[in-house]
Design a protein around this ligand. Structure first.
Ligand SMILES: *[C@@H]1O[C@H](CO)[C@@H](O)[C@H](O)[C@H]1NC(C)=O
Ligand SMILES: *[C@@H]1O[C@H](CO)[C@@H](O)[C@H](O)[C@H]1NC(C)=O
Ligand SMILES: *[C@@H]1O[C@H](CO)[C@@H](O)[C@H](O)[C@H]1NC(C)=O
Ligand SMILES: *[C@@H]1O[C@H](CO)[C@@H](O)[C@H](O)[C@H]1NC(C)=O
Ligand SMILES: *[C@@H]1O[C@H](CO)[C@@H](O)[C@H](O)[C@H]1NC(C)=O
Ligand SMILES: *[C@@H]1O[C@H](CO)[C@@H](O)[C@H](O)[C@H]1NC(C)=O
Length: 416
């Protein structure tokens, strides 16, 4: 139990005053089994959505780290799409990058049982205001495709209790209140708790330096290993180092660390392609590895980011006539994620002694990085994030501070 990741997605739908009607059918039913290529296509669509969101979410001194679950957001928006018609449906499918993927709903939905083979739990719920009439087809589609159970909306306490339950306590007090005009809430939670295939020895974890930029650094707890089996790629085009840390159970934690001073996380995001990196990662080699022990908590309203993805009409006058004939409008899209990176508690591997400096190679995650937690089979990014400061509460120090404990092996990566 060492890496845990939680995410929650909420979408609120309210009554509105305009009226509109449309009709269309969702086809592509019947199939249950999908090919490797079809799942990869979904993985790519979820990845594009995740990258676009990351590029549109604010990162700065106030909010130095961003964590989200592209999978969770895709589930939420895809479920809304089941109730959308006309232009709204088209826009949603386009922003999900689903317009080019046949059987999108079926394949995405089929990933839920697939994930039960990994360390991932997905919980989905649809809260309905009593008295609000929802079309039966929307309930049926949501249930059969995304296993989203309709539940009466009774109180904010009950909703928060459910959230806390399904995120194993990681996301308490999710909502402060529920406005009276909210008639429908689509929610899903993604919970991942994995074990590194090769664990870190907690007795070796010690303070290390994390370079915020070429002038400043902070002190962080660094997990260390002298002989960690790692697939490490120096990518001259991306101007970044890419490393894969496998988990037990067919998921991989991928770190992309841009060369400090040459590239930054934002400029790497626009070029990231997970399947391409996967293909190019070399054989694993044992080397010295430093990885910060971090706990990131992130909460964000996604309206603005989704609007920049072209979905602003969801919040003004969408066509959700597949949900109800009464006019509806989306008012809230909230996402909460936590990510924790740590060593294994007791079972330390025998090969980890860090003071030995004999390893030829070193991979030190000691400057801003992009990460993604990927399902190996479909290459779907379960979580993605940007870490520019793993210890925002610690005071920054100057890099050339003669009193700081910078050693040669801790130098930021500046060349390949
Ligand atoms: C990654 O690149 C491959 C071609 O190398 C392309 O087929 C795929 O669509 C790209 N994926 C994304 C998410 O851009
Ligand atoms: C889970 O894994 C087992 C064995 O690896 C496989 O037989 C089964 O089909 C998998 N289930 C899903 C839903 O992928
Ligand atoms: C939360 O979990 C407790 C204990 O398992 C259970 O009694 C309760 O009904 C759950 N609440 C919700 C809202 O899921
Ligand atoms: C997980 O990976 C192992 C090899 O690492 C493989 O044997 C197994 O079939 C995979 N399981 C699934 C469910 O893909
Ligand atoms: C990242 O680098 C690009 C140029 O490659 C630059 O335009 C941008 O301002 C940089 N962003 C940050 C946050 O430094
Ligand atoms: C440097 O390390 C020494 C002991 O290893 C410690 O006492 C000191 O506080 C460290 N200084 C900084 C700036 O981290």
């Amino acid at each position: 139990p060492l890496f845990s990741d939680v995410s929650l997605f909420l979408l609120c739908v309210v009554r509105d005053d305009d009226e509109d009607m449309a009709d269309s059918a969702h086809s592509c039913t019947g199939r249950r089994v999908f090919s490797h290529e079809e799942r990869r296509a979904i993985g790519g669509a979820v990845e594009r959505l995740g990258l676009q969101l990351l590029e549109n979410l604010p990162i700065g001194p106030q909010q130095p780290n961003v964590v989200l679950s592209p999978l969770s957001v895709a589930f939420g928006l895809a479920q809304l799409t089941l109730g959308a018609h006309g232009e709204t449906e088209k826009l949603l499918l386009r922003s999900l990058h689903a317009d080019t993927v046949p059987c999108y709903h079926q394949i995405l939905g089929s990933l839920v049982p697939h994930f039960s083979n990994t360390s991932l739990d997905v919980a989905t719920r649809m809260y309905l205001r009593p008295g609000f009439e929802v079309k039966l087809s929307f309930i049926e589609d949501s249930l059969s495709r995304y296993q989203s159970l309709p539940v009466p909306l009774v109180s904010v306490e009950e909703v928060n209790q459910w959230v806390e339950n399904v995120t194993k306590g990681h996301i308490p007090n999710f909502l402060e209140s529920i406005p009276h005009d909210v008639v429908l809430m689509l929610m899903n939670a993604v919970y991942f708790k994995g074990e590194w295939q090769t664990q870190f020895d907690p007795s070796v974890t010690s303070k290390g330096v994390f370079y915020l930029d070429s002038q400043n650094s902070v002190s962080v707890d660094m997990m260390k290993s002298a002989h960690y089996p790692l697939r490490l790629l120096d990518d001259p085009e991306l101007e970044a180092q890419v490393a894969s840390f496998p988990f037990k159970g067919n998921t991989t934690f991928l770190v992309v660390q841009p060369l400090l001073g040459r590239r930054n996380v934002s400029s790497v995001l626009s070029k990231l392609n997970i399947s391409d990196l996967y293909r190019r990662l070399p054989q694993e080699k044992r080397m010295q590895v430093n990885l910060p022990r971090v706990k990131l908590q992130y909460r964000q309203e996604l309206q603005e980011a989704l609007s920049s993805l072209g979905l602003s009409s969801l919040f003004s006058g969408p066509d959700l006539s597949g949900i109800s004939d009464r006019p509806l409008r989306v008012t809230g899209v909230r996402h909460a994620s936590t990510v924790e990176l740590s060593e294994e508690g007791v079972e330390a591997s025998a090969t980890t002694v860090v003071t030995s400096m004999r390893s030829v190679s070193l991979f030190s995650v000691n400057s801003p990085f992009v990460f993604t937690l990927v399902d190996d089979a479909s290459l779907t990014p379960l979580f993605m994030g940007v870490v520019t400061n793993p210890a925002p509460d610690n005071a920054p120090m100057l890099n050339d501070d003669p009193h700081s404990n910078v050693t040669m092996s801790d130098q930021p990566v500046t060349n390949i």
